[in-house]
Every structure is written in C-alpha cells, then in structure tokens.
Ligand binder design. Structure first.
Ligand SMILES: *Cc1c(COP(=O)(O)O)cnc(C)c1O
Length: 369
C-alpha cells in the first residue's frame, strides 16, 4: 500500500460538537462526494453519533448507499436531475429537493404510483443563480401538491464566507419572502435552512431551523483569508494524506526534473520520488507545496505526473527509499495543510481533499490530536 488517507473520526466528532456549541439549530452533516473524500459511510455514522440529526448529499445514489449501509437517519438529496430513480428514493424514505417543475412533476408522479406522498424540500434560488426555483416560482405556487409532503424549504449562499457582504442580506430577504409565499398557499411549519459552514460560523441571523455543515465537519476552514485557519476556528482537520517514497536518489546540481524540465536542482541534493500523482488527486499545477518527512518540509520540484511527483529532500537528507511522507495533514507538526496545497494550486481546501482518488485507501483510526 503506497498511499493512504488517514481519517481521524474523533476529529469529525469534535467538529460536530464544536458546531453544536455555537448554534442551537440542529445540524445536517453534508456528506456528498464521499464525505468530501473522507468516506461516506464512516463519516455519516460518526456525525450522527456525535449529534448531527440528518445527512445531506448531492446524488440519490449517495443517499441510497447510506440506506444500503443501514443508516436510517433523515437524508436529503439535492442534485437529482430528471430521470433519477425517484421511486427508489421515495421507497427508502429519502427526502428530495425540488428545484424545478420538471423535478416536481417527476417526484409527484413517482409518489402517486407508489400511492404515497414524497417528502420534499423546496429549493429556492435567492440570488446565487445556480440551483433552485427562480422563473418557475409562480407556477410552483399554483401547482398540485397532493402527492408531496413539503417538509422544508432551503436556499444556498453564494458569498457566506465574506462577512458583511450585502448579497448575504439580500439572499436572506429573498428567502423570507419565498417562505411567506408558501405560507400564503397554506404550506407552513417548514424546516427552513439557508446556512452552510461559513454562515453557521459567522452569521447568527441565518441559522433558522437547520444548518447544513460540510467543510467544517471535516475540520477545514470555509475560507482561510476571511475566516482564519482551521485551527484558529477551533476545528480539527480530520484527514492526513500519507504516501511512500518510491525511491530516493542523489542528484547533481542543474539536473532538470520531470516533464518539460520546468525546474532544475540548484545544488547537489537528494530527491525523493513520491508515489502519488494527479491520478490520485495531487494537483498537477501545484508548486510551493511539498511533503513533510523527518520533521522537515521537502518542496515539490518539477511538474506533478500521473502517479508520482518529485520532492527536494536537501543535501543532508537521511530519508530512504520506502519511507513515508505526509502530503497534507492538520498542520500541527509543521506539515503542509490542505490549505497550503490549495494555495499552491489556485484552489480551495474543499477541492484538495475531495479529489483524493479511489486508488488511495481511507484508513480510519489514528488520532493525531
Ligand atoms: C455542499 C453544500 C453545503 C455545504 O457547504 P460547506 O461550505 O461545505 O459547509 C450546504 N448546502 C448545499 C446545498 C451544498 O451543496
């Protein structure tokens, strides 16, 4: 096994408790995309044990996987294009987001065929201009809801990680107005939810009846520049990516390294070949990141390849072929963090952890805190 992503489930539980301390609203743990790369089933079980009351996913397949693993908590799925298997979803008691009349009609028809009512959350576009009702809102207000049990209404912030940004208050106002429209047609007692992690951490006015927490669950900051580091927020990053050195070799100064010879050694040095590449989710454009080994940082040199990349271990390195290095971790011991890798590749910590591929096994146990 040349690579592993170690997931500290105690850190996940800590992050849930920390969020629960900050808000009186129930917490939905957002576990889409294999729990942001951390492992759907294990993270979901941990989050529920730690006090999350429900789970949020994008795809119906993700929701059905949870059910197949015996997870019976409420689950909401919000990215279910027309033609999705709504019938299975309804049978499994999965709650479905309704963002359009096309999906409204399909879910309604599926429920009717099953002689039941589907549990749904109306998704309203309050200004992000992505998911949710916008142009069809008036049509929805005249629709026949007899096959649907509307349990919730929700929307999503575009700029929750920018404190004081006026778009947030505009979105909140549009959300309240949509709630009032539903009330006017007799749809009341809804679970209202608007906040993602960033809003949950900084916007006390938008907590409503449920918060949908993704990135903070994994111990990562929603925005390092505006909200501070994960550790400064009291979060514990749960993932640590460790990879073996395929080999270590001594190399003279001025040796060009990797495809395109984009960089060369500046002095005689030891180079380490790290056995993971962009096929595993290491960003190809990353530079100014690297690995941590033997208490030291070793920066990337040259381009990341599909299965490997090269790091400069320095002229005095004692590191050997086969040794393990930390690509990213919580950052407590000097290792690079997911935020460092994000910075090094014009991305965000979300993308760094989520893209770690299926060739990298997830290992659940170690506790680094
Ligand atoms: C992904 C997602 C979230 C979680 O966002 P974080 O920033 O990770 O907390 C919440 N709501 C919706 C609709 C999402 O798609």
């Amino acid at each position: 096994m040349r690579a592993e992503m170690r997931i500290d489930l105690k850190a996940i539980a800590h992050n849930i408790s920390m969020i629960k301390e900050r808000t009186s609203s129930p917490v939905m743990a957002v576990v889409k995309a294999d729990a942001y790369g951390h492992g759907l089933v294990e993270v979901s079980k941990t989050a529920i044990e730690a006090g999350a009351t429900q789970l949020g996913v994008a795809l119906l397949e993700e929701a059905l996987t949870l059910r197949a693993h015996g997870i019976t908590s409420p689950v909401l799925a919000w990215l279910t294009p027309p033609g999705s298997d709504f019938s299975s979803a309804i049978k499994q008691g999965i709650e479905i987001a309704i963002p359009s009349m096309a999906i409204f009609n399909e879910v309604s028809d599926a429920a009717k065929k099953l002689d039941t009512r589907a549990r749904v959350h109306i998704e309203v576009d309050t200004g992000m201009t992505r998911g949710g009702f916008l142009d069809e809102w008036k049509t929805l207000l005249k629709a026949d809801f007899s096959n649907l049990e509307v349990v919730g209404i929700f929307s999503h912030f575009a700029r929750a990680d920018e404190p004081g940004q006026s778009q947030n208050s505009l979105q909140r106002a549009a959300f309240l107005s949509a709630i009032a429209d539903l009330k006017a047609i007799g749809i009341t007692n809804l679970v209202r939810h608007l906040s993602n992690s960033a809003a949950t951490l900084i916007d006390k006015d938008s907590l409503f009846d449920l918060v949908r927490v993704g990135i903070a669950l994994y111990g990562l900051t929603p925005d390092i520049h505006n909200l501070g580091t994960s550790l400064s927020l009291g979060l514990k990053p749960a993932a640590q990516l460790r990879v073996q050195l395929h080999l270590v070799k001594k190399v003279p100064a001025h040796s060009p390294v990797g495809y395109g010879a984009t960089e060369s050694t500046t002095a005689d040095t030891y180079l380490g070949v790290v056995a993971a590449g962009y096929a595993d989710g290491i960003p190809r454009i990353a530079h100014n990141a690297g690995v941590f080994v033997n208490g030291q940082r070793a920066p990337i040199i040259g381009r990341v390849s599909m299965d490997q990349f090269v790091v400069d271990l320095g002229a005095n390195s004692q590191v050997k072929s086969g040794d393990w290095v930390t690509v990213f971790g919580p950052g407590l011991h000097g290792e690079y963090t997911a935020d460092d890798w994000a910075d090094a590749s014009q991305s965000i910590n979300y993308e760094i952890v989520t893209r770690i591929g299926p060739r990298v096994p997830r290992i659940y146990e170690p506790h680094v805190y």
